[in-house]
Design a protein around this ligand. Structure first.
Ligand SMILES: [Zn+2]
Ligand SMILES: [Zn+2]
Length: 255
């Protein structure tokens, strides 16, 4: 009876909490975009047409940072940001272009407390990530940290949750390697040009050099200018990691 009540209350919303796995079995799941009932597509969280029509980046990706290359840029090239920036990561995979529908899903997770969305969203990242890592499995997965006060305010770190789901699916340990020690202006509220300056020296390494893995997969939800991911990569490289592969669920297209 309790389960039925929970299932009814959770209808049309993604379930969160300790019953989420159990509820997957007892009531039909809806596509997160068009709300049609899912049958065999259940593990994907999206119906097949919606999944197929998502703005996948695919092969038209910047060779350095993985973001979608605008049609005006030569295929198999670098975006403008990468042409002008020193990078500390060594590879990258970004799943999808950041369009308004996906933005709504992400904001539901980040700002409306629907942290259960981390699982379906990590499924979207897993799709291209398996291909990108087919020749080289990272030693561990880590994630872009939130400042402790922001973490407390939100109650969770969406990148950490996604990293944990990815770790489970890929069979790779997840380790917290970086902390955020400075309270910065929110990157989304400042210009792209100012972001590298804003984020400079905001992070610290949590492990000793001899505990650092060689190849790290660094997970974040969205890559806009790439400054945050690059700054985290810099301190990982300084601490002894030799390979850093970025994994961003969404990225803003390069032009
Ligand atoms: Zn759908
Ligand atoms: Zn790039």
């Amino acid at each position: 009876m309790l389960l039925i009540l929970l299932a009814v209350n959770a209808k049309n919303k993604l379930k969160t909490g300790m019953f989420s796995e159990l509820l997957d079995f007892v009531y039909p799941q809806l596509c997160l975009l068009c709300e049609t009932h899912l049958g065999f597509d259940k593990p994907l969280y999206f119906c097949r047409p919606c999944f197929r029509n998502l703005p996948w980046i695919g092969k038209r990706a910047c060779l350095q940072c993985g973001r979608y290359l605008a049609a005006s840029i030569h295929f198999q090239s670098q975006c403008k940001i990468c042409q002008q920036t020193q990078h500390f990561f060594t590879g990258a995979c970004s799943a999808l272009q950041f369009d308004p529908t996906l933005k709504e899903l992400l904001f539901k997770m980040k700002y409306s407390g629907e942290w259960g969305l981390a699982k379906p969203l990590s499924v979207l990242l897993l799709h291209p990530l398996r291909k990108a890592l087919s020749n080289s499995k990272p030693d561990c997965i880590t994630f872009v940290p939130l400042h402790p006060l922001r973490h407390k305010e939100r109650g969770f770190n969406q990148s950490e949750l996604m990293a944990k789901h990815l770790g489970k699916s890929l069979g790779i340990h997840v380790k917290s390697l970086i902390s955020r020690n400075r309270w910065d202006a929110v990157q989304a509220n400042i210009s792209w040009g100012e972001r590298a300056k804003n984020i400079y020296n905001s992070f610290e390494i949590l492990k000793k050099e001899d505990e650092m893995p060689e190849h790290v997969l660094l997970v974040d939800d969205v890559m806009t200018s790439g400054s945050t991911l690059n700054e985290c990569s810099k301190i990982l490289r300084t601490a002894g990691c030799t390979r850093i592969t970025l994994a961003s669920l969404f990225s803003v297209a390069g032009n």
